[in-house]
Design a protein around this ligand. Sequence first.
Ligand code: COS
Length: 378
Amino acid sequence: MILDEETLELRDMVREFVNNEIIPNAPKYEKKNEFAAPILDIAIDEMGLGCLCQPEEFGGAGLSNVAFLTLSEEIARGDLGIATTLFGNCLATYPVLIAGTDEQKKLWFDTLTEKKYAAFCLTEPNAGSDAGGVQTTAVPDGDDYIINGTKCFISNGGIAGIYTVLAVTDPKKGVLGLSAFIVERDREGVSIGKEEDKMGMRLSNTTEVIFDHVRVPKDHLLGKLNRGFKIIMETLDHSRAGVGAFGVGIAQRALEEATKYAKQRVQFGQPVANFQAVQHILADMAIEIECARQAYLHAGELIDAGAPYKMESAIAKTKGSDTAMKCAIDGLQVLGGYGYMKEYPLEKLVRDAKILQIYEGTNQIQRGVIAGCLLKKY
Ligand code: COS
């Protein structure tokens, strides 16, 4: 697809920010093992990238999904941890957009604007690929629900001011006994557990979030009682296209770094870019990247058109993340021994790319979703 003028302008503005602020500065934070708050402050306060799915009527930019995904690629090209932090806000927001009332949306966006970060609390030690295996409970008590349970691997868990949480409201009904809630961070009983020490995506905050007898008013229930699983599945259908865009961002960065290196690295008396063996690696990377980019843009177009997109979003996620992994590894190969060293960004791209094949549903789960759609269709 061809992007419209407005999207191209936005993309160029974000690309400039990525080239000037993220690419030169993010590695310093990664090295010090520090959250990149100053970069994120510019992204949120000056660039308006805090919650790109925020509708205009609630103070947001009201971007199309195609524009949103295009910007996701750009930011991930700079740093996946920063991209995951910013877009973790959207992942947490989708259940509110899907099922929230106007009052709930106002509460959500007011809090998000003030506190900057939100988190989506689905995963638990026994509920990973089996999202329906959630054990956190929400029990009615007068005008409230009381929430008990521990969520793990939560992106933005330790920095969020507000959460969307999936909990069991009818233990006899399996996935049809789960409900989604809004929970503010400052409610009594909410605390942060272990912070994860991850292989990659180091600039993203990932923690346990513990709910210990947390009392929330009944008006914090999102949508209908016991209908939370569908809300969460629809959230993931939507967000997975974004993971595809992240993958394209990482792959694109790998291609740019490998091509620049190949042009200046001299062996056998000439730049290695002159050798067909190297050229073919770069060309194959470009082929994969363009296909993966079109896959996420197509999913975005379908979402914008109000057409079904579950399968296309899963395809975009799978293709984008597999492309990131392949291009990061192949790009590193072009740099040879230097690619293996921390002085060059390729080893970081390899570490970052891996999570994309795992989070928001492993690529094995995606293939199950795609196959399910095919079996229904034909
Ligand atoms: N949209 C709307 N409804 C959906 C849906 C979707 N994408 N997927 C499932 N449902 C509904 C089904 O229609 C079914 O409802 P009915 O019985 O009323 O028809 C119900 O939910 C249960 O569906 P299903 O039997 O397919 O659920 P499973 O427990 O088998 O789980 C998968 C389905 C594996 C797709 C789901 O658990 C999943 O996505 N797992 C990965 C989770 C994940 O991404 N975790 C990472 C989170 S990191 S942020």
